[in-house]
Ligand binder design. Structure first.
Ligand code: NAP
Ligand code: F7E
Length: 363
């Protein structure tokens, strides 16, 4: 039987890497896209036009679109990655977050049942370390109790339990990957890692003076997204339908991430002050390049995530240390240094062209 994957969230960070991964394995890949006033599909632009890559309009909030699409595509594997994935935004849009991140999972499960594909279609659910929230033990594994601590996490908890329920009630092969933070050069620009690597690149190239961050003490277990999509696939190839923690097993603070990112951008930081008054100072110039703003504090913040990937290592043969923390930060900074330089050159060329057109030098 041909492997046919349906990816919700195909335009996102993980969706783009997973598409590449599955296409390389010979899958026929179908992805869900949403109508937008600007066609902004940068992460998958290089895949469009490939014979095995197909995009379809649908929405996690629209059951009918999902039922029809699942019926049309007849997937053998569904990767449900679509979500309102920003924790801070979930405090501003809690109802929408629940609609997409909680009920959306149910809609996918029901779309599979409505099309009578329960016994032929496996489902991967993008679950999250945010379920551990106000953590009750460190490090966290598959048996650690959940204590969700944001509207995002509460919505994802429903997703986790409805997957488990359908597995037990209808004997469906549906699993949650409880993924800890994973980052990359394709990470959204308002997540803390990418915000830092882009700012470090801009500051190093004289395009920005300072970056404002929230809780610098927050601890995360950061991995590389490219490594993590392999694990999503491995979870669906496992002989049993089970949930897995995916993490590196190594923890760092936001402050440590920033120190290393600025280092790779050529700026050595010295930290002074505490809490809201803490600052990261460029040792060479004495200028403040990192400051704290209450705008980035959350009503409740998850501050101690640290995953134990032993089960994935043992049962899936997955290597959690393929890309180290240092390598991840280096990859992201190197990419953003090039991006900032390229944006600068493109800007200069646009200005020159406008001038030449005005003067009639070029027509
Ligand atoms: P991301 O970059 O924010 O991508 C989210 C994707 O979901 C985008 O393709 C987005 O489409 C799509 N989407 C949002 N609302 C939708 C809707 N109503 N209907 C259809 N599609 C919709 O997220 P990511 O970092 O790749 O994460 C992938 C999944 O893993 C998410 O479910 C996230 O919650 C979960 N997760 C992520 C991490 C992490 O560290 N990255 C860790 C644990 C779990 P548009 O491009 O049109 O907005
Ligand atoms: O925050 C702190 C912030 O927004 C990480 C999503 O992919 O991973 C992600 O959620 C930490 C938090 O990611 C800023 O308070 C400090 O403690 O990068 P983040 P997240 O909230 O961990 C999980 C596993 C998911 O499932 C989510 O989908 O960093 N922090 N200063 C900041 N965070 C942001 N965004 N911006 C700051 O300026």
């Amino acid at each position: 039987m041909k492997n046919v994957a349906l990816i919700t969230g195909v335009t996102g960070q993980d969706g783009s890497y997973l598409s590449e991964f599955l296409l390389a394995k010979g899958y026929e890949v179908h992805g869900i896209i949403r109508r937008s006033s600007v066609d902004y599909r940068e992460r998958i632009a290089h895949l469009e036009g490939r014979p095995n890559f197909h995009l379809h309009y649908a929405d996690m909030g629209d059951s009918m679109s999902l039922v029809k699409l699942v019926g049309k595509v007849q997937p053998t594997e569904i990767y449900n990655l679509a979500a309102q994935s920003h924790v801070q935004v979930s405090f501003d849009a809690p109802e929408y977050t629940a609609e997409v991140d909680a009920v959306g999972v149910l809609r996918i499960l029901e779309a599979v049942r409505t099309n009578h594909l329960e016994s032929t279609c496996k489902i991967y659910q993008a679950s999250t370390s945010e379920l551990y929230g106000k953590v009750e033990e460190v490090p966290q594994n598959e048996n650690t109790p959940f204590h969700p601590y944001s509207p995002y996490a509460v919505a994802k908890l429903y997703g986790y339990w409805i997957i488990k329920e359908y597995r037990e009630a209808y004997n469906m092969f549906c699993c949650s990957g409880i993924l800890f933070n994973h980052e990359s050069e394709r990470r959204g620009e308002t997540f803390v890692t990418r915000k830092i690597t882009l700012a470090a690149a801009r500051i190093a190239q004289g395009k920005q003076d300072c970056v404002y961050l929230g809780n610098l003490d927050s601890l995360r277990d950061w991995g590389y997204a490219k490594d993590y999509v392999e694990c999503m696939w491995l979870i669906l190839q496992h002989d049993k339908s089970e949930d897995f923690v995916i993490a590196t097993g190594v923890q760092h603070t936001v402050r440590e991430f920033a120190t290393l990112a600025f280092h790779y951008a050529g700026i050595e930081l010295r930290w002074e002050g505490e809490g809201i008054n803490e600052r990261g100072i460029d040792q060479k110039t004495g200028k403040t390049v990192v400051a704290v703003s209450e705008d980035f504090y959350r009503p409740t913040d998850v501050v101690n995530l640290w995953g134990d990937p032993s089960k994935a290592k043992r049962e899936l043969g997955w290597n959690p240390q393929t890309t180290s923390f240092e390598e991840l930060v280096r990859i992201m900074v190197q990419h953003d240094m090039q991006k900032v330089a390229a944006d600068h050159i493109a800007g200069v060329m646009r200005t020159n062209l406008a001038e030449y057109l005005e003067k009639g030098v070029v027509k």
